[in-house]
Ligand binder design. Structure first.
Ligand code: SAH
Length: 231
């Protein structure tokens, strides 16, 4: 009988695997419907990317069951993965095109980078906390993302060797927009960045047109602080 029992437990494990997969898929569909479409996310490519990226793979085991809830979650080292709506809102604001090259400052879990990588050709992302950057790198390669490069360091200086960027997204709150990021934005480029004082922060949409910078306040937000490296 041991073979019968082992076959049975094998089928159970496989079955359970499928079941839990399905639960996350259903939760993800509900997230897109109830948190994104029900609000003001209308951009097709953004909605498709949010439907595709398995957010539960980007959060620690103890919070996996909350992965698709309408909230940011702790990813360790005092940092958070943003609320799904904020990820979608920022992505939509960037008006991305398939051939775009995008820079992200604040890799965190790597989730936002994965959402971007579903839409554009190349994503460059910088994380200042080494352990988070390394974990994100591992998650992204396990999931098969080949168009994302992760660098450890202070994103204040951008990524000069890869500039200019069609779009830049900053996922940590800063008082004023770093000049190197403005310099590394391509002509016609868009940047979304949480800026201002911690209790009056706004997501700013920045556009470069004919070499001139135009800034618009888009949404009041709260973000973990942008920290500066030693160099
Ligand atoms: N985009 C992330 C959310 C990250 S929270 C996600 O999808 O999970 C903001 C991240 O910015 C944190 O991981 C923090 O360590 C990082 N950060 C803060 N200051 C930074 C800096 N100067 N350069 C690069 N990363 C920074």
């Amino acid at each position: 009988m041991p073979t019968f029992i082992s076959i049975l437990s094998f089928l159970f494990v496989i079955g359970f695997g499928y079941y839990s997969q399905d639960v996350y898929t259903i939760q993800r569909k509900n997230m897109v419907q109830d948190q994104l479409k029900a609000r003001d996310i209308v951009d097709r490519v953004t909605l498709n990317a949010m439907l595709k990226v398995p957010r539960h793979h980007f959060v620690p085991d103890n919070v996996k069951k909350y992965a698709y809830q309408d909230t940011p979650l702790s990813i360790g080292k005092g940092q958070t993965i943003s609320q799904p709506y904020i990820v979608a809102f920022m992505t939509q604001e960037l008006q991305l095109k398939p051939d775009d090259k995008v820079l992200e400052i604040g890799t965190g879990s790597g989730y936002q980078a994965a959402v971007l990588a579903e839409i554009v050709k190349e994503v460059y992302t910088i994380e200042i906390v080494e352990s988070l950057g390394l974990t994100a790198k591992k998650t992204l390669s396990t999931l098969g993302y080949q168009n994302i490069e992760v660098r450890i360091g202070d994103g204040y200086h951008g990524w000069k060797e890869q500039a200019p960027f069609d779009a830049i997204i900053v996922t940590a709150g800063i008082d004023t927009i770093p000049q190197p990021l403005l310099d590394q934005l391509a002509e016609g480029g868009r940047m979304i960045i949480p800026a201002g004082s911690p209790n009056a922060m706004q997501l700013l949409l920045v556009k470069k047109k004919n070499g001139k910078i135009k800034t618009q306040e888009r949404l009041p937000v709260r973000f973990v602080p942008f920290v500066r490296g030693k160099n």
